[in-house]
Design a protein around this ligand. Structure first.
Ligand SMILES: [Zn+2]
Length: 399
C-alpha cells in the first residue's frame, strides 16, 4: 500500500514538474513569431485589444498567454494594391499598428533594432515588428523602400503570390498561366530577379532590412541568395520533401539557406505541413459544394471563404487537422540537413484557416516547447528555435 502511494506521489510530482519546466522554459526564452496576418482583420474593423477568441487566432491577451515576446506583423496586400495604391495601403496598416501600440504603452512597443528588441523583453512588453509581404507595395520605387524601413518594416517578402515587375513568385513560376491581372501579368514571363530586383536586394542589405524568401519562385530564390550579402529570412514556409507544395523549400534550397547562415521559420498551415490535407479538404469542400458556390459568387477570396467555413463547421474542420508532431517532423528535417541554427517559427496565424491540433491559436505556442522537449531537444536548442536564431540574423543584418 505504502509503495503504491510512493509510486503515485512520484508520478504526480514527475508529471507536474515536467509541466512546470516546459512552461518555465517557454517563459524564459525569447519567443519570436516571424509572421502573423492579424492586421488584415484590424483593417476589417476588429480590435486586437479585445478578446477575439473564436474570431481570430490572435489578440493582445493571447500573445501574452502564448509567451510571445516579439511578433512580426505582416503588412500585406494582394495584387489589387499595386502602382498608385500599394505604398499608401502599407502605410495605412502601419498607422493602425502604431495607434494600437500607442494606446497600450504598458503592453506593447515598436521594435526597429536588436537593442529595441532587448528593451521590449526587459520591460516584458510585446515587441511589435513589421514585415512587408509583397514587393509590389514599394511600387518599383527604392525611396518607398527606404521610407517603409524608416517606419519600422524589418523584412520584405520579395513577392507575395503575385510577381512584381522585378521578381517572379512561386505561384507564377509554377503556373502555366501568367497572373490573370495586376502587376504580374506582363512580368510573369520574366523569371527570377531583374537588374532592378537585384538593386532592391542590395538596398535592403544596406538598410539592414531582412530579405524574405517565402513566396518567391525558385529562380528568384537562387538569384537572391547569390547576391545577398547578409543572412536571409524565410518567414513562413515548410519542407517540400515532406509536403510537396510550391510554397515549401526543396532540400537544395534548405542547404543554401544553411550556407547563407539564414533562418527558415516554419509555417503552421496544415496544407503546407501535411501532404494529405488537400485531399481531405477536397472531400469536405465537395460536401458543401452549393454553399461554397454561393460564397464564390460574392467575389470572396479563397482564404476568406475558408475562414468562413472554418467558423461555420468547427467540428468537421477539426478532423481535417494534422497532429502537432508533423510540425516537429518538418523541424527535424531541417535540423538534420543544416543544423539547429537555421530554424524558427513563422506561424502565419490569421492568414491560414487550418493549423495542427494543439495549436488552436497564438496562445498555444507553449505546446511547441513541450513537444520539443519530448522530442529530445535540449534547452539551449529550444531557445534558438523559439527566437534565438531570429535574433542572430536580425543582428547580422544591421548596417
Ligand atoms: Zn504568406
Amino acid at each position: 500500500m505504502l509503495s503504491k502511494l510512493f509510486v503515485f506521489l512520484f508520478l504526480f510530482f514527475f508529471i507536474n514538474g515536467n509541466a512546470q519546466s516546459y512552461k518555465r522554459l517557454h517563459q524564459k526564452a525569447i519567443v519570436v513569431d516571424a509572421h502573423n496576418d492579424v492586421l488584415i482583420s484590424i483593417l476589417d474593423g476588429l480590435n486586437i485589444e479585445n478578446d477575439l477568441t473564436g474570431k481570430t487566432h490572435s489578440d493582445i491577451n493571447r500573445f501574452k498567454r502564448g509567451g510571445v515576446d516579439v511578433q512580426i506583423f505582416s503588412i500585406w496586400s494582394d495584387e489589387r494594391y499595386g502602382t498608385g495604391k500599394g505604398f499608401n495601403y502599407a502605410n495605412r496598416q502601419i498607422d493602425s499598428l502604431y495607434s494600437i501600440t500607442g494606446r497600450n504603452p504598458d503592453k506593447m512597443m515598436i521594435v526597429k533594432t536588436p537593442a529595441d528588441l532587448k528593451e521590449a523583453v526587459k520591460q516584458k512588453k510585446l515587441g511589435v515588428m513589421m514585415g512587408l509581404e509583397g514587393g509590389h507595395m514599394i511600387e518599383d520605387n527604392l525611396q518607398y523602400l527606404d521610407s517603409l524601413h524608416k517606419r519600422g518594416v524589418s523584412y520584405m517578402t520579395l513577392t507575395w503570390n503575385n510577381s512584381t515587375s522585378w521578381a517572379s513568385s512561386a505561384a507564377d513560376e509554377t503556373s502555366p498561366q501568367p497572373s490573370p491581372s495586376g502587376e504580374g501579368a506582363d512580368s510573369a514571363k520574366q523569371k527570377g530577379l531583374t537588374t532592378f530586383g537585384k538593386n532592391v536586394v542590395r538596398r535592403m542589405n544596406e538598410l539592414g532590412m531582412l530579405v524574405d524568401l517565402s513566396h518567391v519562385g525558385e529562380k528568384t530564390f537562387w538569384d537572391a541568395i547569390a547576391i545577398t550579402a547578409k543572412p536571409v529570412i524565410v518567414s513562413h514556409s515548410c519542407v517540400y520533401a515532406l509536403c510537396p507544395h510550391r510554397r515549401n523549400l526543396k532540400d537544395d534550397q534548405i542547404k543554401a539557406v544553411g550556407k547563407n547562415r539564414g533562418v527558415i521559420h516554419l509555417n503552421f498551415y496544415s496544407g503546407f505541413l501535411d501532404s494529405n490535407y488537400a485531399s481531405r479538404k477536397q472531400i469536405f469542400d465537395k460536401s458543401h459544394a452549393s454553399e461554397l458556390d454561393s460564397l464564390k459568387k460574392l467575389n470572396r477570396q479563397d482564404f476568406e471563404i475558408d475562414f468562413w467555413m472554418a467558423r461555420k463547421y468547427p467540428a468537421q474542420v477539426q478532423t481535417l487537422r494534422p497532429p502537432l508532431s508533423l510540425l516537429l517532423d518538418h523541424l527535424d528535417h531541417i535540423v538534420k540537413l543544416i543544423g539547429i541554427d537555421h530554424v524558427g517559427l513563422g506561424s502565419d496565424f490569421d492568414g491560414i484557416e487550418s493549423s495542427p491540433q494543439q495549436l488552436d491559436d497564438v496562445g498555444d505556442l507553449p505546446n511547441i516547447t513541450k513537444a520539443l522537449l519530448e522530442r529530445g531537444y535540449n534547452k539551449k536548442e529550444i531557445k534558438k528555435i523559439l527566437g534565438g536564431n531570429f535574433l542572430r540574423i536580425f543582428k547580422a543584418n544591421q548596417p
